[in-house]
Each structure stands twice: as C-alpha cells, then as structure tokens.
Ligand binder design. Structure first.
Ligand code: B12
Length: 504
C-alpha cells in the first residue's frame, strides 16, 4: 500500500513518525513523508495556494494519508485535512500526541485516529485495506462508521522496541516546505534546517548540528501535566510501558546517521529518563558510544536515577549537558503535579552532577501556574538559589494539554475559557506569556548570580520575600517590568540562554 504522512509542525525531527515509517517500509509498504516546517502556530493559518498544489501532487497516488502533530498544530492539521478531502476521496488518519489525547475531537475532521503507538495499528490497517478486512480488528484505531464512533481496543505493548527502532531518513521519500513550495529533501536543505546558530552546548564548532533520538519509550513518572500520565491510563493492563532499546541498536542507528549526515556534532537523547536502567547497561552503552560514535551528547534524567558511577561512565563517553525536571519545590504543588519530589535527593543529584565540571545541568521550572501562591513560588526560588552553581534554568509556562489529569482539573476549576487561545495557539516559552514578570526576572537573576557570595544570597532572600513578590508583581509595576523584560538585551538573553525551546 502507498501511504503519505504529513507533519504540519515546525520540527522536521518527528522521531515517532520516522520510526513508524521505517517499520512500514520494512513490511513492504511505500511511504512518503512531507514536513511542512511551519513555525507559526496561529490557529487559523492560511497556507499559500502553491503549497497545496505541491501537496496534491505528492499525495495524489497515496492509498491513505496520515497526519502527525502536537496540539499546537491542530488548526494546520484541520486545514490540510479539509483541503485534501475537498480534492480527493482518500481516507485520512490522524496520529501523534494530540490525536491520542483528543480522539473524539480529531474524528470531527479525520476519518480515523490512531490512539496510541502507531506501528501495529498502521500495519494492521494497511493489511485490512489491502485485503478488505474488518477495521474493527485494527488495534488502537478509532474511526467513524455512519454516525457512531468505533473505538477498537488498545494494542498490547510490544516489549521489544528494537523491532521499531531505526527512524527513516531518506531523501527519496522525504519532502519539505521551502518558502511557498514543497520540494524533495536534499542534503543541503536538511543540513540547513537541522543547524542551530546559537552554540547552546558550548561546543568548539561555531554551529550546532544536533541529532535527536530516544533510547527508550515511557517514563516512570506520571506527572499530571505530561503526556506520560495519559499513556499510563491508556495502556493500563496492556504491558510494561517503559522499554529500552538495546545498546547495539542505538549505536547502529547513530552509525547510520553519522554516515548520512557527517556534519552532526551533538547527539541529543530525549528520553524522559536516560538513566532509568542498571549500571551495566549504562557501562556497555558508554563503551560502545565512545568507541563508535564519540560525539558530545546530552540527555534528561530524574534525580532518582542519578549515581556518581553512572554519571562518571557517561561523562567519559562524552556527556556534556543534562536536563532534570525540578518544576516546583513546593510540596503542595508537587502533590498537584503528582511528582515524588524530594528536596534531599534532588540536591544530592545536583551535587553529583556538579562534580563533573564540563557537564552543564539545566533544571526545568514551571511558571504561570494558577494553582500556585507566593509561598509556593518562594519555596521554589529559594530552593533554586541553594543548588550548586553553575547551572541553567529552562523555564516553561504551564500549559493544560488535553488528555492530562491537570487539564481535567483545570476544566473543573473553570480555568480554561478559550482552549484555542490558552492551549492550542499558546507559545509555552515564557517570554510570550506576560504574567508574573517579577518572578521571571528573579529566575533570571538566580541563574546569573550563582550565589557564590553570601551578600548576593542575602539580597535574594529579601527579593523573594512574599510581601515583596506580591507588591512587585502587582499591575502597578507591570509597565516597569515590561520595559526591563523587553529591552533587547534582556529579551535576547532570555531567548537564547535561559529559556530554551525544550519540552518539559
Ligand atoms: C522528543 C520530543 C520533542 C523534540 C522532537 C519533537 C518531534 N516532533 O519529534 C523537540 C525537542 C523538538 C520537541 C519540541 C516540542 N515539543 Co516535544 N516532546 C518530545 C518527547 C519527549 C518525545 C516524543 C517522542 O519521540 N516520543 C516517542 C515516539 C515513539 O512517540 P510519538 O512521537 O507519540 O509517535 C508514535 C505515535 O504517536 C504514533 N504516531 C505519531 N504520528 C503518527 C501519525 C499517524 C498517521 C499515525 C497513524 C500514528 C502516529 O506512532 C509513533 C510511533 O509509535 C515528548 C514527550 C514524550 N515522552 O512523548 C514531548 C512532547 C511531544 N512535546 C511537547 C511539546 C509541547 C513540544 C513543543 C511545543 C515545546 C515547545 N515549547 O516548543 C515543541 C513542538 C515541536 C514541534 N513538533 O513543532 C508535548 C506535546 C503536548 C501536546 N499535547 O501537544 C509532549 C507530549 C511533552 C508533554 N508536555 O507532555 N519535542
């Protein structure tokens, strides 16, 4: 069967879609992928007509069209789906996190939705389409049948994700938006899109060319604002959610990538917890990575998984940057977030990281939380100020993504008035959300001063006094903070340094 996938988002990475595509190719299906490389997340964005003309040309021979996106691109996905539907009589299936989180809403536009991992669902769907089989037997598939929605059961989790591993990178099957056209992928275009001009990792080369992948799927945490909370509910009773690829598979993916994209100079592991495995596995990974890949790399982990021994192995292999979720230091907020946050173990992990001079830790913080009071904020700021420096902060504006427990809770509390404005087209980089500017400036300050001297800590304690925060965050001071926050210097510092475009 012939399938064309469209990714309407900004990112051309889409690890999940690429893994799914390779899986289908291995089963002898024909796959094309179109990346719209679209930075605007404006809900009712209008594509130029030339884009659709090119799109029609690419999808015209497909038996089925698949759209893969995160919630911010719901509007774009709707518009693409409607346009294709007007032109062709082809089934359209939606997949990816938004479709999983909001399948009923998705079925208002799409014909089918994949509510979970895509591999078994798509393979079975294509077989049924080929043989005229019963769609009710396709796992993870929801679809419309006359006026009703058919919700097929969730698939059992495949424990061996080596079956799914190598993501597809192939110029002959990829198309990408360039200006007002969609063109076949070329090496030079890929290089230009992947390249980042700010040297986020402080590596020697002027430009960073990162390659993003995952060594595992699933997370031990069930934070109420995160998709993993949703996955836990969907996959309840269907098998073990956290699975790790074998080290040899990971390395062979990276070897293939190094041949294909020799300019790649940093590897980014975006697993929720890269260290959620035993020391032996980390040790084997470190040895193979050093021997065969030997590029600087970054990863995320939870404080519970960090040990000096694991870090030492990873550090020798090239680890230069780690990201760890702090989010809030308030016990009350952590209950709401369903996080087992423990000040002592977080601090201990931070101290271990601090022993490795060339590893820069980034701690994730969540701001703009309507459930938080100044006491909670004070606890977070003061905890941050005690962390061993140097470190960087990655600050995110809390977004109630559909399907999460926190979304339901926010709805119950009438905190979501306009879903499109407050969730779908919200940019969750904090500088776009002009709320609590004083708190954001304090976060900037914490990161700057590093608290090597007791006098700066003293000033900080005064500045984070509850009364001080209440007064300075009042509307009276907004014009003042506005000027400070938006002067070019501070703005660019926030944009390029402290606040990174990395998911929480
Ligand atoms: C890696 C990652 C990134 C990377 C790469 C993104 C990418 N497109 O690959 C980077 C750093 C670029 C990134 C950026 C962002 N991310 Co991000 N990211 C992740 C992360 C950690 C892993 C995604 C992943 O690869 N999962 C593993 C693969 C195997 O799963 P998958 O992608 O869901 O794909 C499977 C299925 O969904 C299905 N499938 C997927 N597409 C399709 C299509 C069809 C037709 C079918 C049938 C099936 C199907 O099959 C796939 C294989 O089984 C997730 C959290 C998580 N643990 O999942 C957040 C997550 C996806 N990110 C999130 C967010 C918010 C963002 C940003 C908006 C953050 C920001 N402020 O900029 C941007 C948007 C990027 C964009 N697309 O434009 C949110 C999305 C929430 C939502 N409801 O939209 C998540 C869920 C984290 C969270 N907060 O819960 N992200």
């Amino acid at each position: 069967m012939k399938i064309t996938f469209i990714d309407p988002t900004q990112s051309v990475i889409n690890y999940g879609l690429r893994a799914l595509s390779q899986y289908l190719i291995n089963a002898n299906h024909e796959v094309k992928m179109i990346f719209m490389n679209q930075s605007s997340i404006q809900y009712d964005y209008d594509y130029p007509e030339s884009i659709f003309e090119d799109l029609y040309e690419i999808v015209k021979d497909a038996d089925i069209i698949g759209i893969s996106f995160v919630s911010n691109y719901l509007g774009h996905s709707k518009s693409i789906t409607k346009k294709i539907k007007d032109k062709f009589d082809k089934p359209i299936i939606w997949g990816g996190i938004h479709a999983i989180a909001a399948p009923e809403q998705s079925l208002e536009v799409a014909d089918m939705v994949c509510v979970g991992e895509g591999e078994e669902c798509m393979l079975s769907l294509l077989e049924k389409m080929e043989t005229g089989g019963n769609l009710r037997e396709v796992p993870n598939l929801w679809f419309k049948e006359e006026d009703t929605v058919v919700c097929n059961p969730t698939a059992h989790i495949n424990p061996n994700i080596d079956d799914y591993s190598l993501p597809l990178y192939d110029n002959t099957r990829e198309f990408v938006r360039q200006g007002n056209n969609i063109v076949p992928m070329e090496d030079s275009i890929r290089k230009q899109i992947i390249g980042v001009t700010t040297n986020y990792y402080d590596i020697e080369e002027k430009n960073t060319y990162p390659y993003l992948t995952l060594a595992s799927r699933g997370c031990p945490n069930i934070c109420s604002y995160c998709c993993n909370n949703l996955f836990r509910r969907i996959y309840k009773g269907k098998g073990k959610i956290i699975r790790r690829r074998s080290n040899t598979e990971i390395i062979s993916e990276l070897e293939k990538i190094a041949r294909l994209m020799p300019y790649i100079n940093v590897i980014e592991f975006f697993d929720d917890d890269f260290c959620f495995t035993d020391e032996e596995t980390i040790s084997e990974f470190a040895r193979l990575y050093k021997q065969k890949i030997n590029l600087p790399f970054r990863c995320n982990f939870r404080p519970e998984s960090v040990t000096y021994e694991k870090l030492s192995l990873l550090s020798n292999a090239g680890l230069i940057s780690v990201e760890m979720g702090l989010q809030s230091a308030s016990a009350r907020i952590n209950r709401l977030f369903k996080r087992h946050f423990n000040k002592t173990s977080f601090m201990e992990a931070a101290r271990v990281i601090n022993k490795f001079e060339h590893i820069v830790p980034h701690y994730d913080i969540i701001v703009d939380n309507p459930f938080e009071n100044y006491e909670d904020i004070k606890q977070t700021l003061r905890f941050i100020s005690e962390l061993p420096s140097p470190y960087r902060l990655a600050v995110y504006s809390l977004t109630f993504f559909p399907g999460t427990q926190l979304y339901a809770y926010a709805k119950e509390n009438n905190l979501i008035e306009d879903e499109i404005k407050e969730i779908i087209s919200k940019k969750n980089y904090v500088q776009h959300e002009f709320k609590q500017p004083y708190i954001k400036l304090l976060l900037l300050y914490v990161r700057r001063v590093g608290f090597k001297r007791s006098v700066t800590r003293g000033i900080f304690l005064i500045l984070t006094n509850r009364l001080m925060m209440m007064i300075f965050d009042s509307f009276l001071f907004y014009p003042f903070w506005f000027i400070i926050l938006y002067t070019k210097r501070v703005f660019s510092k926030i944009q390029h340094k402290e606040i990174q475009v990395i998911p929480s």
